[in-house]
Each structure stands twice: as C-alpha cells, then as structure tokens.
Ligand binder design. Structure first.
Ligand code: NAD
Ligand code: MN
Length: 489
C-alpha cells in the first residue's frame, strides 16, 4: 500500500449483514488529483469536494473540482496525443492497448466491484455480475474493431474526429466510462472524460489501469467535478465531439451550446419505458421481469420499465404476485452478497424520489410499499408501486429514477401501443407474451430504441443502445456505436 492510502471502515447501520464482502485490501487514496497527460496532477484551482458512501454517509475521498483551465490543459494534452501519437498509430497497435485495458479490468474485477458499490450504493452482486464484467466486455468488443473499420464501413473510408469530450452519470459509473472511452479509442480519437460528482472513484481507478496498460500519455484524460466542469468541456472550442449521458435537461442545454459549432454529438438521456404484460405471458417469469425492470440498481436506470401495463384479465394475479415478490426483496448493505436493493445514490436523488411519491399520493394514486425497515443513516427507499393512476398522472409521465413503479391496465393491443407511446421519451420497452407474432407487432410499433422480449434490462456490447424523441440521439454499442466517432469519406 502506498503512503497515501489508509484503512477505511465501511460499516453501516444494518444489524444483519451475514455475507459482507471484504474491503480490507481496497486501496483508495485520501485525495485524488486530475488525470492529465498520463499523470495525476493537482488542479490550479485547489478546490475539492467529498465523495461519500451513500449507505452510511461516510466520506470516502476528496475529489478535485476541476476548473476551466484544468479542462483546457486536459484538452491540450488530448489534442497533442491525438496529433503526435494516437491518430498516427497503426490501428492494430491501438487495438492492443484497448485489449490490455479490458484484461486489466477483468483481473481487478473484484476490487472494482467493491469500489463501485461503496461509492454509489449499488448491491455488490450487481457490480460483480453486471457493471464490471460488462465494462470489460465493452473494451474487448471495441478492441476487436480497432483494425477492422473497413469492414464496419464497406466501400467507405472512416477517419477519426480528434478529441472527444465525454460526460457521464452516476448510475453505472465504470460501465458508462467504458461505453464512452472504448469506441472513441478504437476509432483513433483521444478523450477527456468527466465522471459524475457522486461516483468518481472507478473512473479514477480506471486511470490507474490506463497507466498500467502503458496507454500513451494524453490519450485518455479524466477530469472530475460537477456541472461547471461539464460546461467547460461542452464549451471548449478545441473539442470535436461531445458524448453525453445524463438528464434530458442537460442534454437540451448541450444541444443549445454546441449548435452551429460543427461539433458532433451523441446524447443518451432519460426514459420512462413501458413494460407490457399480455394475458398469454408466462406470469411468474413476467413478475421476475418486472422486478428486473424497475428494482434493478434501485431503479436508477435510464431504460427502467417504470410504467407497467398489465392486461386486465390477469391484472389482479400479477399485482398480487408482484406485491408478494416485493416483500421478499432484501434491502440492505450494498456490500452484502444477499442484498437485492442497495442505497439510493445521493441525498438529492432520495429527495427527488420522495417528492415524486408525495405527488403520486396527492394526485390520487394508491401506493404500496414493501414493509422492510430502513436504517437511520444513509439514503434508502423501499420498493414502491402505484396503482389507480392514469396516463395524465405525473408519476406516469415523468422520470423518477428510483424504485417506483406506476401500474396501469389495458384491454387491447392497440390500446396498449398508444398508451406506451404516449410519452416524450423513447429509450426502451418490454413485451411479455408467448405469441411470436404479437411480440413482433408490438415491438415494431413502440417508438423506442431497445425493446426486450420476455426479458428486461439485458445488455451486450454488440447491440446498439439509444433513444427516440427526448431520450436522445445517436447510438452506443455495436457497429452503430462506431458511427458516432468517425467521419466518412
Ligand atoms: P445530470 O444530467 O445532472 O448529470 C449527468 C452528468 O452531466 C454529470 O456528470 C454532471 O456533472 C454533468 N452535468 C451537469 N450539468 C451539466 C451541464 N450544464 N453541462 C455539462 N455537464 C453537466 O444527470 P444525473 O442526475 O447525474 O443523472 C440522472 C439522469 O441521467 C436521468 O435523467 C437518467 O435518465 C439519465 N441517464 C440516461 C442514460 C442513458 O443511457 N440514456 C444513462 C444514465 C442516466
Ligand atoms: Mn460517492
């Protein structure tokens, strides 16, 4: 352990945590600088903020709040690495570096999973089984494309864009960093990435991996900070492309700022997905699918199935089974392997969820919550559902980004399609039926980027992801994900 590390206590108020993940070997510095030109350096502004563990409110580390001159330095370093090294490198050599990053994440998967759960509150089971392996898989996938771009764009010649400015949210911190960095590097661009303010640690640990992989200095730069740091990236004149994942509100701001600048952009924004259960569906599986769709990652999922549509004839049975299943979900210490529902990511997000639930009640919705008890310290919210709500209720229209489901019923296929499409969003959807023809019809008519059939929240680096309408533009993942980082001749 280096001098700057110390032993941390990660106890929470949970009295019963029988299967706690060991945190003793986790190496987190007291304070992190900015990762620019291959080194951790201090900010000129000398401003810091704390990242905390949302399960117990303990401070984990001090993080640098980068100002606009720090951002400029990062962009300069990315530009110079682009011009002198990365854009000139043989594509198969670039691929080797990306493969190395993928392998190093795999080797350190356990450490990354623990840090992801500590910093963001998600259950360790999810960090271990979803976030970290998928992040590594993303680097593997795009590493494979690095020297095969001619096959991705047959008959055309693809060239890199230059420097990409990338801004990511707090719900899948390492995975979102992978979604951004891997395709950018594979297509020959260099990057300046900003993680979200509540979950910067795995991006900073990724910086260590980038050093270890001997990636040439400046190819990947990581600057930490909040909205102001993000704005400095968006406004920087020497950035060629902006890749953003976050709220629709900030997405609109970004479009405004870069309009007319010639910058390319991709925006992955919010969602309010319909999850549709037909009467001929396998009901017990569908109930599990509802749990996956809205309670996975405490509902902090842009593609969460937050609107449930159940066909009237089976509504009573589905809702009864769902309520029974909610009772069995274990809310607990994120580091306990038995935990199904971890901590809410931040105080701010918890307040947002609470205010939406109050709104749902005042608008006349009938609320049901699982009866679990919650600790005093930390940010927690029980699995919740609303019935007696209709299309015009705000809990049906607006994204809550928490474990809150709005349940409605329907009678016919046409009715549910029009209800599902009655939203400003269009990121994802789910359809549950044993009939293939119905699956094809409904999934074709729902205006959303991803539709899951008899499943929900399944991801693969080979399949593109992205939104219609206010859910954003551009695709990430798959061959399509390469388009966003190249110009074509
Ligand atoms: P947010 O938009 O406030 O923040 C996202 C990121 O943008 C953070 O890094 C933040 O620091 C930065 N940021 C904030 N203001 C900025 C500005 N003016 N200019 C540039 N950067 C700025 O969103 P959030 O509250 O952190 O995340 C929740 C939202 O993100 C939800 O609405 C959710 O649906 C959406 N989201 C979408 C996807 C997707 O893939 N479509 C994935 C995750 C989250
Ligand atoms: Mn944190």
């Amino acid at each position: 352990m280096s001098k700057k590390t110390r032993k941390l206590s990660f106890d929470t108020d949970w009295k019963f945590s029988p299967a706690l993940e060991n945190t003793e070997y986790i190496d987190i510095k007291k304070r992190y600088g900015l990762f620019i030109n291959g080194k951790f350096i201090p900010s000129k502004g000398k401003k810091f903020f704390d990242t905390i563990n949302p399960a117990n409110e303990d401070k984990i580390a001090e993080i640098t709040d980068a100002n606009s001159s720090d951002v400029s330095l990062a962009v300069q370093s990315a530009r110079s690495a682009y011009e002198k090294v990365w854009s000139k490198m043989n594509p198969s050599e670039r691929g080797k570096y990306i493969f190395r990053i993928a392998r190093l994440i795999q080797e350190r998967a356990r450490e990354f999973a623990v840090i992801e759960s500590l910093d963001g509150g998600k259950p360790i089971r999810e960090s271990k089984q979803v976030d970290i392996p998928l992040a590594s898989a993303h680097f593997f996938y795009y590493a494979g494309w690095a020297d095969k771009l001619n096959y991705a764009f047959p008959g055309r010649s693809a060239h890199s864009l230059g420097v990409a400015g990338q801004i990511i949210p707090w719900n899948f911190p390492l995975l979102m960093a992978a979604w951004k960095i891997a395709p950018a590097l594979a297509t020959g661009n260099t990057v300046v990435l900003k993680p979200a303010e509540t979950t910067p640690l795995t991006a900073l640990k990724l910086a260590e991996i980038i050093q270890e992989a001997d990636v040439p200095p400046g190819v990947v730069n990581i600057v930490t900070g909040g909205g102001a740091t993000g704005r400095a990236i968006v406004k920087h004149p020497d950035i060629d492309k902006i890749a953003f994942t976050g709220s629709t509100e900030v997405g609109k701001y970004i479009m405004d700022v870069i309009a007319g600048s010639g910058k390319k952009y991709t925006l992955e924004l919010g969602g309010k997905a319909a999850n549709i259960i037909f009467e001929d569906a396998a009901i017990n599986q569908a109930v599990e699918g509802i749990v996956d769709s809205i309670f996975f990652n405490q509902g902090h999922v842009c593609c969460a199935g937050s609107r449930l549509y159940v066909q009237e004839s089976i509504a009573q049975e589905v809702i009864r089974k769902l309520k029974d299943r909610m009772e069995t979900l274990v809310i607990g210490n994120p580091l306990d392997k038995n935990t199904d529902i971890g901590a809410i990511n931040s105080k701010m997000q918890l307040e947002k969820i609470c205010s939406y639930v109050d709104l749902g009640k005042s608008e006349g919705g009938a609320i049901h919550q699982s009866s679990c008890s919650l600790p005093e310290k930390g940010y927690w919210y029980p699995p919740t559902l609303f019935t007696d709500v209709s299309q015009s209720h705000r809990v049906v229209q607006e994204e809550i980004f928490g474990p809150v489901l709005a349940v409605q019923t329907f009678r016919t296929v046409d009715e549910v399609i029009s209800k599902a499409n009655n939203t400003p969003y269009g990121l994802s959807g789910g359809v549950w039926t044993e009939k293939g023809s119905k699956l094809f019809q409904v999934s074709k008519e729902i205006r959303a980027g991803v539709i899951w059939a008899n499943s929900f929240n399944k991801f693969d680096p080979g399949s593109p992801f992205g939104g219609y309408k206010e859910s954003g533009m551009g695709r990430e993942g798959g061959v399509e994900g390469l388009y966003s980082y190249v110009g074509l001749d």
